[in-house]
Design a binder for this molecule. Structure first.
Ligand SMILES: [Fe+2]
Ligand SMILES: [Fe+2]
Ligand SMILES: [Fe+2]
Length: 406
């Protein structure tokens, strides 16, 4: 049986993952999508264009993995280093059939209207400018506080008006001011209403089903965003996916399950996007408080993945990677009977890959020492003995799977 995923829910899950990068500046992409769409409605854009604009708004900051970069983008009006995340976003979206439609708008979402390249299509130019406008509106809201967006209407309208001509297309400014005149426009921007707004959109063109092998590309996209968070973890998710697949193969799992296992590996740390860079890169053991933030990450992974219809099992394989057989792991304290073979494989692959890579507080462990460290985790009841034995049987192949990036 081939399993299928609905692309709309996959994109929404991606947007939930990107939301995490904002840490406390929550739902930035979602509000940008809403503000851009409400403005575009007054420009009379057809439904299909509105749908693409919503997705572009949700994913416009897909090139941002770092919580520090996110903070600077939102809170520093004149930060000069903006273009890098636009280019990174374009590069990430370009190879994927459906998402490539949004790549140009994402590339130019900080380009002033008057400086857009002349060969850009009318649709991409307008979409990128609507996102630039919405991004500016939301940045002010985040700086001022989200408790009562309506309170900041006047100041924001003045700012947007002052951006007309050079930064923003005059028609975008006119449509925004008309939309902003409506109090409901502002009241709808609080978290509860944002969720309603987005879930009620039908996004017909994005209601297509993709099969697991295709969904693997989305998972790969997520892994690149997560792995870009810190140079220490570069390719970590990819290595965990490759090693999980390799171990699954050696343990006799079949084709479909292997693809799903790979997807679980690619996405297992997606929740890490919410952990501030200072904690991920800390060159010393974490304090109790920092660890309590770190512990959130696999729970966030669970929440994001299990909301994609058809992904419940994969969500468990991915999110249980810090659970241990003896029930002392986190965040659920599950015991052996609740941990499937696939979840145990991802857990072993996670530790193996992490040992093979340097961390801020230690160097990489040589391949021949890894089985000894893994057997220590077996002895204390954390990791599965059979999976660890398989990883050590053909150590060179396991090492290559965990560390090779093609
Ligand atoms: Fe941006
Ligand atoms: Fe943004
Ligand atoms: Fe993790």
């Amino acid at each position: 049986m081939t399993l299928q995923i609905d692309l709309k829910s996959a994109v929404f899950a991606l947007s939930d993952a990107l939301d995490l990068v904002g840490v406390n500046d929550f739902q930035h992409g979602k509000r940008v999508a809403m503000i851009a769409r409400e403005t575009a409605l007054l420009l009379g854009l057809p439904e299909a264009r509105l749908d693409n604009l919503v997705i572009a708004g949700l994913l416009h900051d897909i090139g941002v993995s770092s919580t520090t970069v996110h903070r600077r983008l939102v809170h520093e009006k004149e930060w000069n280093d903006r273009q890098a995340h636009c280019e990174r976003g374009h590069e990430l979206l370009q190879p994927f059939a459906h998402l490539s439609l949004l790549a140009k708008a994402v590339l130019h979402h900080h380009t002033p209207w008057a400086e857009l390249p002349s060969d850009l299509s009318e649709a991409d130019a307008l979409d990128s400018n609507l996102i630039l406008m919405a991004d500016r509106v939301d940045s002010v809201l985040l700086r001022e506080g989200m408790a009562n967006p309506l309170l900041h209407r006047e100041a924001i309208c003045d700012e947007i008006e002052s951006m007309a001509a050079h930064l923003l297309a005059p028609e975008v400014v006119r449509a925004f001011l008309a939309a902003a005149d409506n109090a409901a426009f502002w009241i709808a921007l609080v978290p509860r209403h944002v969720q309603f707004y987005l879930s009620e959109l039908s996004l017909t063109n994005w209601r297509v089903t993709i099969e697991f092998p295709q969904f693997r590309h989305v998972a790969r996209l997520v892994s690149s965003i997560v792995d870009a968070k810190s140079h220490f973890t570069a390719s970590h998710s990819l290595g965990v996916a490759q090693l999980s697949r390799h171990l699954g193969e050696r343990m006799g799992l079949n084709g479909d399950v292997l693809v799903q296992l790979e997807i679980a590996g690619l996405m297992h740390d997606v929740g890490k996007l919410c952990v501030p860079d200072e904690i991920v890169d800390k060159p010393a053991p974490l304090t109790f408080e920092e660890f309590s933030v770190m512990e959130r990450h696999s729970f966030e992974t669970y929440q994001i993945l299990r909301h994609i219809p058809g992904m419940k099992t994969i969500a468990e394989w991915a999110a249980f990677h810090h659970e241990t057989l003896n029930g002392h792991g986190y965040p659920f304290r599950h015991k052996a009977e609740r941990l499937s073979l696939e979840a145990r494989i991802v857990a072993v692959a996670d530790v193996f890959q992490a040992l093979a890579q340097a961390r801020p507080y230690r160097g990489p462990q040589p391949a021949e020492e890894i089985p000894r460290t893994l057997s220590y985790f077996v002895a204390n009841g954390a990791l599965d003995p059979e999976v660890v034995a398989v990883a050590g049987e053909d150590l060179q192949a396991s090492w290559l799977a965990a560390t090779q990036t093609l």
